[in-house]
Design a protein around this ligand. Structure first.
Ligand code: ADP
Ligand code: MG
Length: 378
């Protein structure tokens, strides 16, 4: 990819360039915990957005997207975002950097990527983080701290792309480190790295390629349930709740709200259990927690769907170590931790059975935990 981008840059702009990259991400465990003040546990992956960049001495940004085969240019003082969605991410990152007092000058760029779009691996965060990192390195002597870079990406989604996202995706893309997952405390924003290099196992995503659009927003309804239980418990968020506290107010909340809260409380603990397990290199426990998360998401939180439950069942049948829905639910991917010797059979079985039942094969996405935003050395 790097050579292709360089060559394209040379052809279009005729100058030398510097290459920057940032990564998509997975979240091993910790789902629907962010808005409950809990923990998430993401890592950057070996799927990237890569950009060739050079300063052009004007106040204009000239961008060519190789994957869209489209060109766009905009002035740095323009208020109106470009019409093309893909260009809005870059425009937004420039504007948000300037808004925070950062320097941005005109530049030329060619970019491309291999983070699957819309599969739940956050190609958009990879794109934002790549440019946020690049602008910091090229124009600001890397003085903007990394958390601020993540926030530049997040604000870009909020202000220019209409996506009201949390901070996890951009955080993972900016802070990602090879062979490490990161526990992010969504309340304090403290984070810690944990070793993740599962020798003898593979980490593989199966993209069901289904997305169930539901009439009323299930996301908002889940949030409201959590808020009601927190209020009944007299705590700010479910981060501060325990199973015992929940049992004490069982009669005061609906059965549905009770089950929602039971999942969230369990999920907080599972992230901590996985962290402990990783420090011991105990991937069997990690896998068990992943299955428990799936069951909780499916039965208590009710954000799964038939296709994802089916993929999870197939994983169990094939002796996969751990498997669960990744992301908000109602479609998208499962994330699977599989022993090397079981991998081939699992993939073949999942493809065959899923195809027989739903008429198409799931997309197989192998991932390795890798570095996040960085400058590529020659
Ligand atoms: P995701 O879950 O992958 O982040 P989004 O819908 O949030 O899905 O972001 C996908 C959007 O990001 C695309 O529609 C496109 O505008 C932009 N994008 C991602 N990858 C690329 C790429 N390689 N080239 C151009 N634009 C990209
Ligand atoms: Mg996105």
């Amino acid at each position: 990819m790097k050579e292709k981008i360089k060559e394209q840059f040379k052809q279009r702009f005729g100058t030398d360039c510097v290459i920057y990259a940032s990564a998509g991400r997975i979240n091993l465990i910790g789902e629907h915990t962010d808005y409950n003040g809990g923990f998430v546990f993401p890592g950057a992956i070996n799927k990237y957005i890569m950009a060739a960049i050079n300063i052009n001495g004007t106040d204009k940004v000239r961008v060519y997207s190789m994957d869209m085969d489209a060109y766009c240019e905009f002035g740095l003082n323009e208020e109106d975002a470009p019409a093309d969605q893909w260009a809005r991410y870059i425009f937004g990152v420039c504007r948000e950097t300037i808004k925070r007092g950062g320097v941005v000058k005109g530049f030329d760029t060619v970019f491309a990527g291999n983070v699957p779009l819309g599969a739940g691996l956050s190609s958009s965060a990879a794109l934002e983080s790549c440019f946020a990192f690049a602008l910091n390195d090229m124009f600001n002597d890397n003085k903007i701290d990394k958390f601020e870079l993540a926030k530049i990406g997040q604000s870009t989604e909020h202000n220019y792309c209409g996506v009201n996202c949390g901070i996890m995706d951009q955080f993972a893309s900016v802070f990602g480190k090879k062979d490490c997952l990161m526990r992010l405390d969504c309340r304090s924003l403290e984070h810690a790295y944990f070793p993740f290099h599962p020798e003898g196992y593979k980490l593989v995503l199966l993209n069901s390629k289904v997305k169930h659009e539901l009439v009323d927003s299930p996301y908002n309804k889940r949030r409201e349930s959590c808020e009601r239980v927190a209020a009944a418990l007299g705590v700010e968020t479910l981060r501060d709740a325990t199973y015992t506290m929940l049992a004490d107010i069982r009669d005061k909340v609906s059965d549905e709200d009770y089950r929602r809260a039971r999942f969230v409380i369990g999920e907080k603990q599972r992230v901590l259990d996985v962290c402990d397990a990783l420090e011991r290199g105990d991937y069997e426990t990690v896998g068990r927690c992943m299955f428990e998360t799936h069951d909780g998401l499916s039965r208590d939180y009710e954000v799964s769907c038939e296709e994802l439950d089916y993929l999870n069942d197939v994983a169990r049948e094939c002796g996969v170590t751990g498997s669960r829905i990744m992301g908000g639910g109602f479609g998208g991917c499962t994330i699977n931790l599989v022993k090397d010797e079981r991998y081939d059979n699992f993939i073949a079985t999942a493809k065959e059975k899923f195809n027989a039942k739903y008429g198409h094969e799931p997309e197989v996405i192998n991932v390795i935990i890798s570095d996040g935003a960085h400058k590529e050395m020659d």
